[in-house]
Design a protein around this ligand. Structure first.
Ligand code: SF4
Ligand code: SF4
Length: 367
């Protein structure tokens, strides 16, 4: 029997650069960041946007690092619009001036997603590792409102700022955002190094879930609330990326094409680059995209589980990081043999008095 042909992708995340003025200790970028000279140039990105539209992508998320660190950001937005893609800029706001925002609007940028490291300067600047960042972000939020961009606020929460959730919801309303993503830190990339300093307690995690449920009712029709819970404290894993290779793809600054932003942490997979192969070929034919599609790769307990097409066994990168095997059941799952140990570790991290943060930084290549 042959496997059914995958559906075309709907969304593409283009990590234009890993450069960023901030250095958040939970950054999902890999530990080894791409250098500026390794980044795809404007022309290549424009070609990739055309290819993406050609295989069915509708939404393009321009991300990083900080995408505003690219001098050609306006040209890139323009190229994406010419390709017919809906464009969303995912930004910390740092590096955006009023003039630049106006140019992005003129180039056809459809939407902005603004990240929030905290709801006041004290916490936001400490977490972002950038003094004055909060004040600049508030100025950028005002310009975004004046130009009239549709806005999503992305509040990243953890032990040190979960108490600010009510204020983050208020700020989203004050800024005129249509949507807020309340994202509890997921422990990949740099966050994995900071679990002892950032892990919320189970009570904090439950309280956040309760607050989100209450706010969804209270703000219905005013604000859409997306919620990413603290999954170490959950009993079932998330359906990572909607299922491996089912609806979205990520492109790294150097042009490697990934099924999710952390996939390069799986060392036995080789990821093709847009410099050598077409997106069509990579999406439909590449071994990496086909590795965890569907359910054929699963072992027990997933293979005989009634939820196997609900969560597809959870996150492959997390299975590798926590169970040592990318084919294993995500240890967040209550049926995983590693689940109890993970929850005990989560409690221990949450009870830790560790408050030193390991900030994201460019690790220099050996000379
Ligand atoms: S998480 Fe922080 S450091 Fe990482 S790209 Fe976003 S703003 Fe920059
Ligand atoms: S056993 Fe596998 S498929 Fe079933 S709930 Fe757990 S992770 Fe999901």
């Amino acid at each position: 029997m042959t496997a059914p042909r995958p559906q075309p992708p709907i969304a593409m995340l283009a990590e234009l650069t890993h450069r960023c003025p901030l250095s958040c200790p939970y950054c999902s970028n890999p530990l080894e960041l791409a250098r500026q000279e390794q980044e795809l140039d404007t022309e290549t990105w424009a070609r990739v946007f055309d290819e993406a539209a050609g295989i069915g992508v509708l939404q393009l998320h321009l991300s990083g690092g900080e995408p505003a660190s690219r001098r050609d950001l306006v040209e890139l937005v323009s190229a994406a619009r010419q390709a017919g893609l809906y464009t969303n800029l995912i930004t910390s706001g740092i590096g955006l001036t009023q003039k630049r925002l106006q140019a992005l609007d003129d180039a056809g940028l459809d939407h902005i997603q603004l990240s929030l490291q905290g709801t006041n300067a004290e916490i936001a600047d400490e977490i972002g590792g950038y003094r004055g960042g909060f004040a600049r972000k508030m100025q950028v939020a005002q310009w975004i409102g004046e130009i009239g961009f549709p806005l999503t606020l992305n509040a990243v929460l953890h032990r040190r700022n979960l108490h600010q959730l009510p204020r983050a919801l208020e700020m989203a309303l004050e800024m005129g955002a249509r949507r807020i993503e309340v994202a509890t830190v997921q422990f990949h990339g740099w966050a994995l190094k900071n679990r002892a300093a950032l892990m919320p307690s189970r009570d904090q995690a439950r309280d956040a879930t309760r607050q989100v449920a209450e706010a969804r009712l209270r703000l219905k029709g005013q604000l859409v609330i997306d919620y990413v819970p603290a999954d170490y404290h959950e009993d079932y894993p998330k359906r990572c990326m909607g299922g491996w290779g089912t609806s979205g793809l990520n492109i790294t600054p150097e042009g490697r094409v990934l099924p999710c932003h952390a996939a390069e942490s799986i060392p036995h997979l080789d990821f093709e680059t847009v410099r050598r192969a077409s997106l069509h070929e990579i999406w439909y034919e590449s071994a990496a995209f086909n590795a965890y599609r569907g359910t054929d790769w699963m072992a027990e307990p997933c293979v005989s589980c009634e939820r196997k097409t609900v969560d597809f066994g959870g996150c492959r990168c997390q299975a590798l990081a926590l169970a040592g095997d990318a084919n294993a059941t995500d240890p967040v799952c209550v049926k995983s043999p590693h689940h109890k140990a993970l929850q005990a570790a989560a409690e221990a991290f949450a009870a830790s008095t560790e408050d030193t943060l390991t900030y994201r930084q460019m690790i220099k290549a050996p000379v």
